[in-house]
Write a protein that binds this ligand. Sequence first.
Ligand code: CO
Length: 499
Amino acid sequence: MARVRITETAIRDGHQSLLATRMRTEDMIPALERMDAAGYGSIECWGGATFDTAMRFLLEDPWERLREVKRRLAHTPTQMLLRGQNAVGYRHYADDVVRAFCERAVENGMDVFRIFDALNDTRNLETAFDSVKRAGGHVQGTLCYTTSPAHGVESFAALAGRLVEMGADSLCIKDMAGLLSPVMAERLVRRIKGDHPRVPLQLHCHDTSGYAEMAYLLAVRAGADAIDCAISPLAGGTSQPATETLVAALAEDAELDTGIALDDLVETAEYFGGVRRRYWKHESHLLGVDAGVLRHQVPGGMISNLVGQLREQGQEARLGEVLEENARVRADLGYPPLVTPSSQIVGSQAVLNVLTGKRYGSVTRETRNLARGLYGATAAPIAPEVLAQVLDGEQPITHRPADDLAPELESAAAEIGELAESAEDVLSYVMFPQPARRFLEWRREGGGPERELVAAVVGAMAVRERANARPPAVAPAPATASAGGGGDWRRFGRMRQMP
Ligand code: CO
């Protein structure tokens, strides 16, 4: 009986972190039977950015992928990443959407739902928790790890307690930026397992800073029950630690054994080595250890976005200033963890503050919405002077943001009409209207060889985009722009998704 369970992330976070989420279902399928037999605790295969990317870039039906994967996993639970009220999209959806999404996901084969909110506001998790539980899925409550004066063992222990009260079947410490130090991992695990000895605790670390293997070792020694790893060809850097490394290291201690035989991973590793080579066009430039994270806590992906925004204005030399301002903006805004979408909000506002020379003289729509409470509550209060400047007298809301959202499904179904052949299609459309419509039209025409053509064109465009590395051209807002006015800055803030 395995003591430490391993979740394999190769076909979700592994390729999301290293290959821009571009892996196709057809490249996953040949590996699944072998993966199913290896003895993983679960296989992460859905959610995060994969839903959007499947339709947008691959002309694939994400629901179909889930069914295809599930069909081949007789012994191993499927697992997904769900962004609470954002489901698999980038804004808050109405409760009817979140409910239907969770139900359909269970129905199509999803077992374990890792549910998080970027601000750790548990009100944004309520509907998803309730819907998954009703549908018979496993709810994994998530703590988005970050460091700040407002975060520490006590605050995370309180959050864990709240998640357990809400009915979480297990807990996950999600370290998307690679900031969880080995010592902190040990302290957090000891505390949370002490408080909730019977609730399984999982760690999800990115190896960005080089901390993750050490954090995993100390965490499992302190009582953590499960860790996320990626098979070696899709591991390391901004992805997870390698499955083989942890399997071998933990096998030497019977108390920590994973129950997986190293030999059973060889063919899977060889297979994904070949797959990775086929996706060379989408390789991340952030390989190896990013030591910058250890100094300023800004992960490499976010830095390249900041550099891109500055380059557009011919102001690359001001990166140092922007990084300092980034830390100040994050403090002003109540120390949000730097994960989608808060990393974009903080980063874009920092760039604006530096380039306009007047802090919050111009404010992005997202910053204003955060101040208005539309994303939920922040860990610390937003600085009063910033609040006054940004909101101009408007009162922030203090209730659950989704309470203000009217049901969306019925009108979406009417809009997309006969193109949607199922409840799943309607949900795809609600989440990503344009890509879903394009996909559904393509499918109605009978699909066919265009899939390859579109993939080739999209691939070529991605290469060109990368070569130019240009965010949309937007000039700094004029001095007369009122706080919150600059709608165009929205696009200016387009950043890569943080894993
Ligand atoms: Co991740």
